[in-house]
Design a protein around this ligand. Structure first.
Ligand code: UDP
Length: 331
């Protein structure tokens, strides 16, 4: 006999990570009890402040079942994953192991422990090269890197598990998470850091000599890649909106989380120069394998169905918030 889930308890895999910790903060503010499940391979124990930390591997089904039976969560928000598109081209099997095999262990444990709902971190990388200027959820799914392919495989597993086992799955396809909540003492801290905004800010901090532009010959207005940058708190908030949405057993929903506005690598650097007051010298490097020229969301479905509004995602605000965080962390 499985005990009924506690409607206020949410298990957050990757809860010690960048998006996970910001989501735990908003969950706690919204009356939920977040349980962070993390192996601390890339997350930080200092980022777990709003509920207990349970250390464990995602692939360890025994440990997952133990934690699920202890807390009886009503939902899992699943962040734990390898996340660098460029690295995934060089080390694809790491992505299939951590993202696909890890998620399989999690979904099996959820089925066995009767955890009814999952909110899954998917990615714009499932779309591949855009065939339309804005990417809607109906755009063909044709990833061009193993990171995107691994996330698409998990989406497929969730679809089948929902149909067979009555699981409810909210799939959220993120565009480029950035910014920080410096008031909460948390922010982005990857080692090594591969993401554009922190790497540019490291130059302003004097940690790096110059910033790199990976390719200036793309078919975009200034030749550099265009991305849709979304403030981490807007992104985190969408998880609460998704969790609160009433859905019947066995249903899947898919939403893009982006702003609908794209900015190039050069535009990011320009705003970073203005905010930091540092000249930020750059050098042009070869293209990074696995990079589509442009990824910009059509967020209409999320706005309508999740009752969600990104309110903090101006480029100025998210770079200023990231700058405040990195100065505290590394300054
Ligand atoms: N990029 C860059 N220099 C860097 C880091 C990233 O030019 O030091 C580019 C990267 O090639 C991509 C964009 O910036 O076109 C955003 O990369 P990021 O790794 O931040 O996110 P992704 O879009 O890969 O998830």
């Amino acid at each position: 006999m499985v005990e009924a889930p506690d409607p206020h308890t949410v298990l957050v895999t990757g809860g010690a990570g960048y998006i996970g910790s910001h989501t735990c903060r908003l969950l706690a503010a919204g009356g939920f009890r977040p349980i962070a499940y993390d192996n601390l391979s890339t997350g930080h124990d200092w980022a777990v402040k709003w509920g207990p930390l349970e250390r464990g591997e995602l692939a360890d089904g025994t440990r997952l079942r133990e934690v699920m039976r202890k807390y009886r969560p009503a939902a899992v928000i699943h962040f734990a994953a390898s996340i660098a598109a460029g690295e995934s081209v060089i080390e694809p099997l790491k992505y299939y192991r951590n993202n696909v095999a890890g998620s399989l262990a999690l979904i099996e444990a959820m089925r066995d422990c009767a955890v009814p709902r999952i909110v899954f971190s998917s990615t714009a990388a499932v779309y591949g090269n855009p065939q339309t200027r804005l990417l809607s959820e109906a755009h063909p799914l044709a990833p061009i890197n193993p990171y995107g392919a691994s996330k698409l495989m998990v989406e497929t597993m969730l679809r089948d598990a929902a149909a067979a086992h009555g699981l409810i799955a909210n799939i959220l396809r993120y565009f480029n998470a950035s910014g920080a909540d410096p008031d909460a003492g948390i922010g982005e801290d990857h080692e090594p850091e591969t993401h554009l905004i922190p790497r540019v800010l490291f130059v302003a901090l004097g940690k790096e000599r110059e910033a790199s532009i990976f390719g200036a010959d793309y078919p975009t207005p200034d030749g550099t890649c265009v991305r849709d940058y979304i403030h981490i708190l807007d992104l985190a908030e969408a998880h609460l909106c998704a969790l609160k949405r009433e859905l019947p057993k066995g249903s899947i929903s898919v939403h893009n989380l982006g702003t609908g506005h794209g900015y190039s690598v050069k535009q990011i650097m320009e705003v970073a120069r203005r905010i930091t007051g540092h000249p930020i010298p750059v050098s042009i490097k070869p293209r990074r394998p696995g990079d589509p020229p442009e990824l910009v969301a059509d967020p209409a479905l999320a706005l309508q169905e999740l009752n969600w509004r990104p309110t903090r995602s101006s480029l100025e605000r998210l770079i200023a918030d990231a700058w405040a965080w990195h100065k505290t962390r590394h300054g």
